[in-house]
Design a protein around this ligand. Sequence first.
Ligand code: ADP
Ligand code: PMV
Ligand code: MG
Length: 386
Amino acid sequence: MEEIVVSAPGKIILHGEHAVVYGKIALAAALNLRSYLKIKQKNDGQVTVNLPNIGINKTWKLSDLQQKISLPLCDPLKPFTVTDDQLSQLKQLGGINPDSNSTTDLAVIAFLYLYMCITACEGELCSVEVTVSSNLPVSAGLGSSAGYSVCLAASLLQIGGLIPPSNSLGKWSEQHLKLINDWAFQGEKIIHGNPSGIDNSISTYGGAIKFQGGKITPVEKMPKLRILLVNTKVPRSTKILVAGVRDKYNKYREVMEPILNSTECITVQCESVLSDIANNPTPESYNTLQDLIDINQHLLQAMGVSHPALEKIIRLTSQYNLHSKLTGAGGGGCSFTLIPPGTAEETIVAIKIELEKLGYDCWETSVGATGVCNEKRDAQLPTYLS
Ligand SMILES: Nc1ncnc2c1ncn2[C@@H]1O[C@H](COP(=O)(O)OP(=O)(O)O)[C@@H](O)[C@H]1O
Ligand SMILES: C[C@@](O)(CCOP(=O)(O)O)CC(=O)O
Ligand SMILES: [Mg+2]
């Protein structure tokens, strides 16, 4: 029986989180931390989903699913947003309280929706077992929901015979990548409510991208940046944080618009400085990058998405003349600190020790990882999949 393993990267948003939901430009880069999904075809008339990172293991009989919902839900080549009616039907099928807003439950709904849309052939579902395991911390601002949705889309489209496996370089054609990305966006919509689409796009295409209103532009001149990622481990939900900014926007539109516009100016300036650095790195350019990080962090604070745990990191790193901002939706989760060339290694070690004392996880990372791909048979896989 066929078995496929796909993986997709997490991301950091350099600048533009939240503003991007309002059509402003944002910059994101793929991380070398990934989500992995294994899918096995079976013939036992059941479908099983194992999500060990969020403590979920569920099995349904195909005959039950087919009786209770009319299939196909939509054309698998035309990704479509779940309707309210389908959402309540899927919650019922998933054994989920209709009023539940838990993002853990929404991961099950996202699976059921993509599975039923993509693999139902002439109303018949196929028997599969799906396991997802991630090296990315879940719900920490590094785009695990997008990695999850992209892996679901890429694997189910292969099982449905709608795309081939990725080629020997781990690539798909533009058309196939677009189909993966468009379906992953539908998964993100179920988990996030109103996503901009930046997270699924960077997870699908990898590298670094500029994103605005659904338009994806690869950043060609991306210098190698040294970055310290710090996870406060304060749990948060992107859906709730995005909704909180929306409430503020609705209530104080004239106040919020300039904040979102300033955020966009930061992103535009950052892109230009990154291109300068790629051509000719100078201390002045790194100073500008650091200024932009500080200003953006203040704007995010004004949007109401910072957190005391994040502010501790910002204060601590600034004592060592390093600059940090939250990344992703904020409210806890992760920050990144830029490490400019010439930073003493002892400084980084000292910062790491202090942050770890506070109970935070920190690790140095590089950005620009490859996007979604099929893993080879001998690939090293995370726990639960090997
Ligand atoms: N490995 C995973 N297994 C199952 N669900 C996942 C996984 N990774 C992410 N998710 C889904 O994404 C949600 C977290 O998404 P979100 O709040 O957007 O945070 P982030 O995307 O920054 O990690 C989880 O509650 C779950 O629904
Ligand atoms: C806050 C936002 O800009 C990014 C959310 O990223 P994450 O889910 O926190 O990794 C929302 C979005 O763009 O959809
Ligand atoms: Mg997310």
